[in-house]
Design a binder for this molecule. Sequence first.
Ligand SMILES: [Mg+2]
Length: 174
Amino acid sequence: MFDKFFPSAYAKSVFHIDYKNLYAMGIRGIIFDVDNTLVHHGDDATKEIERFLEDIHDMNFKTVLLSDNSEERVKRFVRNIDTAYVYDAKKPATDGYEKAVSLMGIGKEETIMVGDQMFVDIIGANTYGIRSVLVSPIKTHRIEWCGFKRIIEKVILMFFYISNAGREGKKYVC
Ligand SMILES: [Mg+2]
């Protein structure tokens, strides 16, 4: 019933994904959402994230940042990061995903999307036909406009956990 909302797997954060295992599964390229996935919405890249993406590249993964945010915001974010990016992606529209995969020069089956929004990042990945990991959004103390959507996400995530998809997904993440 909720299949199009389900990620391939769920992880607490980008730091909790078993990338060695993803590589062993044949994944060679990772599409990362930026806001609330890598840093809090609108923030510059932290040293920790810059190092993290370096480590990912050292593991021989290609990366593309796929953001709905503006060119100015994404360019500012990648100042010290050697990665391709797509801005103003209008997720879940699939054009940005297609562009991201072509920028990496790999196949769809070798690509995985990592993002914090089920109704944006994950539906887009499912519609385009690539695997995905849903991560918890980076916490904020502000009340977000999308609070209601987050509640619905939690309900669907509960179905994900009790489904086979959830049980199998947990085998290669966390
Ligand atoms: Mg996001």
